[in-house]
Design a protein. Structure first.
Length: 178
């Protein structure tokens, strides 16, 4: 019975380690992981309180911070003007990466502030398309309007069923050796 308890404890440790590392495995290739924050000038179609679309003077921005796979991104890029309903779409080109939104919603809107959040796909050479989130905060101080935005990409974790299946196979292999 003591041998069974030790084996069960060892199996438990193997399963725990498998579940910790499982989220790092990508089923569709190497996915992008990291966060990018950037800022620039903003031009709403009306004032921020009633705006339904945004454009970006000069169609560019500066990178404030980049982490993970996006850490090499140091230069700005281009951001397309877009409608909040995504009729004209939101796309961002970022030093070898691109983001295209598939959903966007207004979180807060007032004469001085605008907060948008959305989801989309981040792509880059050598990586699989990766689900990402987008956030934008705009503010207005008289004629001066600017924004701060971010894109966060996280690899999709391995489904629990796959982890359980792998664990069951490991347990069967362990049991067979006993």
């Amino acid at each position: 019975m003591r041998g069974f308890t030790i084996k069960a404890a060892a199996l438990g440790m193997v399963l725990a380690m498998a579940s910790v590392s499982a989220s790092a495995i990508s089923l569709g290739g190497l996915q992008i992981s990291g966060e990018l924050t950037f800022s620039g000038d903003l031009d709403p179609n009306t004032n921020l309180a009633t705006a339904t679309s945004l454009s970006f003077p000069g169609n560019d921005f500066g990178v404030d911070q980049a982490t993970g796979d996006l850490a090499g991104v140091s230069s700005g890029g281009s951001i397309s003007g877009f409608s909040f309903d995504l009729v004209s779409g939101l796309s961002i080109g970022i030093d070898g990466f691109s983001f295209v939104a598939d959903s966007l919603s207004v979180v807060f809107q007032s004469p001085a502030f605008l907060i948008l959040q959305g989801t989309g796909v981040l792509s880059g050479a050598g990586y699989s398309d990766t689900a990402a989130t987008f956030s934008l905060t705009g503010n207005s101080n008289g004629d001066l309007r600017n924004f701060s935005a971010g894109i966060t990409a996280s690899p999709v974790p391995v489904p629990g069923a796959l982890v359980l299946f792998g664990s069951a196979l490991a347990a069967l292999g362990w049991r067979r050796r006993v």
